[in-house]
Design a protein around this ligand. Sequence first.
Ligand code: NAI
Length: 349
Amino acid sequence: MRVTKEKLKELFKTKFIKAGLSEEHAEITADVLVFADERGIHSHGAMRVEYYCERIAKGGINTKPNFQFEKTGPSTGVFHADGGSGFAAAKAAMDEAIKMAKENGVAVVGVENMSHSGAIAYYTHQAVKEDLVALTLCQSDPMVVPFGGADPYYGTNPIAFAAPSSDGRVISLDMATTVQAWGKILYARSKNESIPDTWAVDAEGNPTTDPHKVNALLPIAGPKGYGLMMMVDVLSGILLGLPFGNKVSSMYSDLTEYRRLGQLHVVINPAFFTDLEQFKQNITNTMNDLNNIKPAPGFSQVYFPGQNLDAVIEEYNKNGIEIVDDIYEYLVSDVVHNNKYDNKSPFAE
Ligand code: NAI
């Protein structure tokens, strides 16, 4: 089913309001989910709506949070999310980081006690619109084996980085530190497709191609990806005094409890380091250099990070965003949720 961006956002927003979220937070949540779907990051778009609705309806997301920003230094702060929408909290915290980086050249802002915040490139793009460079890291539920281990300890702990250019294009790296994000396994399940045997392991620790048999994910590049996910957990969890490692709450565990996740935004103002226009021009130059590199056999072009999504955005803007039929039916129905997620294993649908 193809749906326009505007219609999709309206459908998401209506569901979230029906589940109990405030209009303001429903609007922001819908915006971040559409940001994901319109880039083809379907793992973090429409397919998550019902889960969020169930958590909101059961009290696992604070619908009237007391959001507070505590400035702890000229360039540092902690955003207290009070169990509220991770999307609204992460966005508001980035707004605070942007203000401080404009004034002081750099900002480091932690978000604590938040709920899930989706595709985290959304927040780095907020900074890029203000001619700033941003790095965002966040915790996610434990489902990844540490290098050499058989039991999960870390989450898929994503890293997003974005920088502005002189022509409006954005370098945008946005990646889970696992070979694939968990949502990609969910998406494969929803379409009944197999997965490559390098993504995940089954209950015995063997590589599997069946998304339904996945018991833990694998870090990118063995010990190096494992080290990166540890860094994310230290900076967005331990640094903020939050639960860490395998104590991070699971997506589906007790939907009546707030999740206590952490996120960290680091914003850098290039104007404090070099000439801003020259910086942006050089970002454009490096993008062009990359695009002009001779493609390897089997490749048509070298893309800079994020550029691979441009064709998807263009096609979806022209023909509407592709949404799985079952999910569309749910979105247009009166149902808030079907009680599908409560206390499911982290590896549930
Ligand atoms: P991915 O594997 O699809 O892409 C990772 C990065 O590689 C992107 O920046 C992409 O632009 C770049 N890339 C891909 N193909 C490329 C090519 N041919 N040339 C140049 N660059 C290319 O992303 P992944 O790891 O599956 O993550 C998907 C989403 O999941 C992200 O938006 C992430 O923020 C989100 N996520 C959110 C979590 C949360 O708890 N909030 C947890 C884990 C992931």
